[in-house]
Design a protein around this ligand. Structure first.
Ligand code: GLC
Length: 725
């Protein structure tokens, strides 16, 4: 039955309203039941559909108003069947990968009583020191927005189980100073709009049912008390009518931020600012039924608004009509069809970063397989629950199955963090008899995720020792890099023949990696977040703004004149020497990153041809309701079928505020058979050419734009002129 929310609100007491506005984690079943009996609004998933129904029965049948519970869980990239991490999904440049994750997750979690997932994380991130990059869709707003829409839609669509999505963490959490989790952020209003708010705006626009506040302060204002953004922008400007939930103890931590004296004041401030539901902390109504806050301490109008949002969310989920979950339909594990989807996703997320021809591996010959990920099953990545389907096999098992004609010599060589000289010496000795050495190296899942920032984002030293020892011995090396983040690979990348980045690919990782190494699957992923040459370059991202002194050549201290070593070189030849010396670069690094956003190789090759636009000139008025059509042909010039990713970038050549050197405004992943060509079409509209200046809305300025089609290897550009009016 549909409930009359206004009437229900009128019948609720102050205490009953406050109880609806809190979610707590209680491992003890009896305590969970007691809180449901008191009328709590939400609970974390008790680990079974049977207990979910027991809790719902208490909420519906043993409380005065019978309001069902929201049952929440962090289903970030899988419940039982684990998909590649969100950053890996971004590397696929294929929204269907993210949608498959969300749809399978909604089925596996929804049929077990979960009706609210704290996902997708839509924070844009440009600092790989921050451990939560693994949960993000990387550095680009457009790519992240496309995947956001795919996930929100797939989580919430009723045929996939219909769980409420939650856009997190609002906002600019990814801009944590120094990449240190939970740290302060300072972001200009323009950057906030252009980069950090945009994925949330897109998610709200496509119907996300909830938003989670971020732990960080933004320009001195903790997000759990940021009224201008939580209420002013999110609710009033964007019209968001869902629920804003605090992050774990994020409301209570306003005390630690130093903006309130105690938790009671924190709760009042958070509600007044626009938080609708508190996660964790002191119970808003104690076991005696006494409310922590009175209507004199927080406005009853605000509390009513928050309760209305929570009740509306429950109604949208159909909980009033169907509070119970059909236990006979509960999915109990990773079904074969879900595994297949996870493996397909994994195959599409891997990025071939370098290849001197060592990949794909031959089907015969002798291969030395070494490194900590040879026998490790740690491929699930951060943010999986303890009941996730474990990885069944090791990479060694999968490769032996995939390439039975190869004589495999399998050794550890080094651990994740330790290596002894004998093990390395043994690997070196064995390499002499091998045609190629495959090293499976990288970060265990625990090195990324929440509270997992790293100040040094290189491979652990033990693993680097193994690489260098084998390279010193002249081995031909293929590195399979398992990682939660972009890593600095500078000291060894040029010593290996091929480098395949496989992120954390989930339940089916070993099979997917083996299929790529054998060539049965041609990798097509692209870098979704820049790989720096050195940690000193961070933050670094492709859509950086121009400077007044763009560099033409990089720096190097390899053969630096002694004068540089002994005293300040006073070779100041005046301000005109801005061609090389006095430009924006590092003395000790070549220009640019090690691997740029969008980079990725294939076992075949592609050529972009016949770039065409429907008009080379238009006007600001016409762009109000017209689009420019852009088409390009992708030709497969190699010997294998393969996927190409074609990206459309826009460059605003002259504007009243500095612009990014280019911005992604379209991408297509397309399969092209060897020798064949495929036509790809894009549209360019007003939003693709406009930007946030310093005002209160996006602005479109007339002028010249460069439209570039780029697949990471070949690039075509054309000019588009926008005339005034
Ligand atoms: C964590 C995370 C958030 C998660 C929440 C509930 O601290 O910041 O992403 O959804 O707690 O588990």
């Amino acid at each position: 039955m549909s409930v009359d929310i206004e009437r229900l609100l009128e019948c609720m007491t102050w205490e009953q309203k406050l109880l609806q506005l809190q979610i707590v984690w209680r491992p003890d079943g009896a305590e969970r039941a007691e809180l449901a009996r008191r009328g709590l609004g939400a609970a974390f998933w008790p680990p079974s559909v049977t207990e979910v129904n027991a809790l719902q029965r208490i909420a519906v049948e043993e409380t005065e108003h019978g309001i069902p519970l929201l049952i929440a869980l962090d289903v970030v990239h899988g419940q039982f069947t684990i998909f590649p991490t969100p950053l890996a999904q971004a590397a696929s440049f294929d929204p269907s990968v993210a949608a498959d994750d969300a749809r399978v997750s909604a089925i596996e979690a929804g049929t077990n009583g979960v009706n609210w997932t704290f996902s997708p994380m839509v924070d844009v991130v440009r600092d790989p020191r921050w451990g939560r990059v693994v949960e993000s869709f990387g550095e680009d707003v457009y790519l992240a927005s496309e995947l956001t829409v795919a996930k929100v839609d797939a989580y919430q669509r009723s045929d996939s189980g219909g769980v409420a999505s939650c856009l997190k963490h609002f906002v600019a959490y990814g801009a944590a100073e120094a990449g240190r989790d939970y740290n302060s952020t300072e972001v200009s209003p323009r950057r906030l709009r252009e980069t950090y708010l945009e994925t949330f705006r897109t998610g709200v626009e496509c119907g996300a049912m909830s938003v989670m506040a971020a732990f960080n302060s933004l320009n001195g204002h903790p997000m759990h008390a940021h009224r201008d953004l939580l209420t002013g922008v999110l609710k009033e400007e964007w019209g968001f009518d869902g629920v804003v939930v605090g992050d774990a103890d994020g409301v209570a931590q306003l005390v630690d931020h130093g903006v309130v004296a105690d938790e009671k004041a924190a709760i009042a401030l958070a509600f007044e600012s626009g938080i609708d539901m508190v996660m964790g902390g002191t119970l808003l109504v104690d076991s005696q039924g006494v409310a922590l806050l009175s209507p004199e301490e927080v406005s009853s109008r605000r509390i009513d608004d928050a309760v209305r949002r929570v009740l509306t969310l429950k109604q949208r989920l159909g909980l009033f009509e169907r509070p119970y979950t059909d236990e006979s339909a509960a999915v109990s594990g990773a079904a074969a069809e879900h595994r297949d989807l996870s493996r397909r996703a994994a195959e599409r997320c891997a990025v071939l970063l370098t290849n001197d021809g060592a990949l794909p591996l031959n089907a015969t010959g002798r291969v030395l397989l070494a490194g900590p990920f040879v026998r490790s099953r740690d491929h699930l990545g951060a943010w999986v629950q303890h009941f996730a389907e474990p990885v069944r096999e090791t990479l060694a098992d999968a490769l032996a199955r995939e390439l039975p004609g190869v004589e495999w010599d399998v050794v550890d060589g080094a651990g994740f963090f330790t290596a002894d000289d004998d093990a390395i010496a043994d690997a070196v000795e064995r390499s002499a008899a091998a045609d190629v050495v495959v090293l499976a190296l990288g970060e265990p899942s625990g090195l990324s995720g929440e509270a997992a920032s790293r100040a040094d984002i290189t491979l652990p030293e033990a693993q680097r020792r193994l690489i260098h020892a084998l390279a010193d011995a002249g081995a031909r090396i293929v590195v399979v890099l398992v990682t939660g983040r972009p890593l600095v690979v500078e000291d060894w990348v040029d010593r290996v023949g091929s480098l395949l980045c496989v992120w954390h690919l989930g339940t089916e990782a070993p099979a997917a990696i083996a299929a790529i190494l054998s060539g049965r699957v041609n990798p097509g992923g692209r870098v979704p977040m820049t790989f720096p040459r050195a940690i000193g370059q961070v933050p670094i991202h492709y859509d950086h703004e121009r400077t007044g002194r763009p560099p033409r050549i990089g720096g190097s201290l390899l053969n630096a004149p002694d004068a540089l070593a002994t005293d300040v070189v006073a070779e100041f030849t005046g301000p005109n020497n801005t061609d090389d010396r006095y430009t924006s670069k590092y003395l000790d690094l070549p220009l640019g990153p090690r691997f740029d956003f969008g980079h990725g190789l294939s076992y075949t090759s592609f050529e972009l041809e016949d770039l065409a636009v429907s008009a080379e000139a238009t006007t600001t008025n016409r762009l109000a309701d017209e689009v420019i059509l852009v088409s390009v042909t992708v030709r497969n010039t190699g010997e294998r079928d393969g996927d190409d990713v074609v990206m459309l970038f826009v460059t605003d050549e002259v504007a009243t505020v500095t612009q990014p050197v280019r911005r992604l405004r379209g991408f297509r992943r397309v399969q092209v058979a060897t020798g064949a060509s495929v036509l790809i079409e894009f549209t360019i509209g007003r939003d693709d050419l406009s930007f946030w200046a310093d005002g209160e809305a996006r602005t479109l300025e007339p002028g010249d734009f460069t439209i570039t089609l780029d697949d990471g290897t070949s690039r075509l550009s054309t000019r588009l002129t926008v005339e005034p009016a």
